[in-house]
Design a binder for this molecule. Sequence first.
Ligand SMILES: Nc1nc2c(ncn2[C@@H]2O[C@H](COP(=O)(O)OP(=O)(O)OP(=O)(O)O)[C@@H](O)[C@H]2O)c(=O)[nH]1
Ligand SMILES: [Mg+2]
Length: 456
Amino acid sequence: MDREQPITALATAPGRSALAVIRCSGPKTIELCAQCFSSGEALVSAPGYSMVHGWLKDPRNGENIDEVLAAVFRTPRSFTGEDSVEFYCHGSSAVVARALAVLEQQGFSPALPGEFSFRAFINGKTDLVKAEAINELAGANCEAARRDALDRLSGTLSKAYKDLRDELLNLLAELDARLDYPADEVGGEGLEAESGLLARLESCQDRVRSLSQGYSAGKLRQEGALVVVAGRPNAGKSSLFNLIVREERAIVSPEPGTTRDWLEVWVELSGYALRLVDTAGLRQALGEIEAEGVRRSLDLSARADIVLYMVDGRKGLSKEDEAYLERYSYAIKLWNKIDLEECPEPPAGWLGLSAKKGAGLPELEAAVLGRLAMLSGGGAASQKETLRLANARQKTLLDHCLTALDSAQSAAARGLPLDALALDIREAADYLGQISGEITSEEVFDRIFGTFCLGK
Ligand SMILES: Nc1nc2c(ncn2[C@@H]2O[C@H](COP(=O)(O)OP(=O)(O)OP(=O)(O)O)[C@@H](O)[C@H]2O)c(=O)[nH]1
Ligand SMILES: [Mg+2]
């Protein structure tokens, strides 16, 4: 990525839309845009954060391309920190293609994915954690993900990492002082003489551990929960699937073994995204295809965040049901077909349901929400958030940091010399520096920003 090169990209989704936004950033951006804009002088003299109306033109023949608004941002007060222009044009692929062609002709290069964010990072406008939060916000597909990403974007998570790193660097400075003047301070004794330092080390360990533990909840909220409907053939799984989806999506029939392959759909429940999956009924399969369906059902059960296990209440529990529930004891147990007279009351621990008529659905939703709250670290999606990361890169670095801190603590417990301890703490602090991007290599940047959207 050459930072001296002005870049351009479509920042909105391609395809037909009311408006499309084309972003330009880099040295000489305003002047270059002015050359293909009907009110070029107004653009060059426009203050930052202002809009200029005009026509985007092809400077080679003066042909108008579209009527647009151009927003001007001047360095350093822009997203990238550079001079930038955003064109608000009409959202057709023909307009966008021609506008981009003209801008490229003016000297702009097509931006790589994440290149605007990369520039913002390099120019000190954002740290890596906030840049990743922007990408997470752009990909948020439910309320819980949106809230979490916005919280991270506001800097709470960055601050937690920074405070931790500062504390480790302070510890390190104190250790260095003791190494330089051992006799003055602790008479050459090991760290165990300094319970204050040890307690601070332990507190850092706790903070890193708790951040790392927040990952599974953050990931579930960001990516959605896998909810699998399982049970014996004919229990009513596909009927429940259709009831939740509110359309006849899956085939329902009195014939056992109707669903062969699994079906999935995304639904939102109280701010959580759920990937709801209907599966083939579990039984000793009659043929190869059905056997494959059953194998897939079991595989999905094993990967599910939440299992909804259903039986036909009239038939009660079979040996196969019991075997399944022994393995997936956390499943939410559904006693279906309670609308039928011959269906007995559900036993304790089972939720009565009529997938056909809808009875019991609110109770089922409440049970799912309860499970989601538990899996995502407590609290409904709308409640005040605690710190949660949803990024695998940050999680890996946190775990490395924790390993280094554990090693420091065990060095202290074994009475090893202070310099051994200092090495571990330095390593732990460096991992935190990598999270925020204070210490990182070009190659890592490529990997991080390469996953961003084009135009972001
Ligand atoms: N009366 C009543 N019938 C139901 C209910 N739920 C499902 N059924 C009926 O039970 C039969 C089987 O329903 P499905 O939803 O296809 O069952 P399934 O569990 O998906 O079956 P497989 O795909 O074969 O595993 C159909 O005839 C449904 O109409 C219910 O709550 N009440
Ligand atoms: Mg089915």
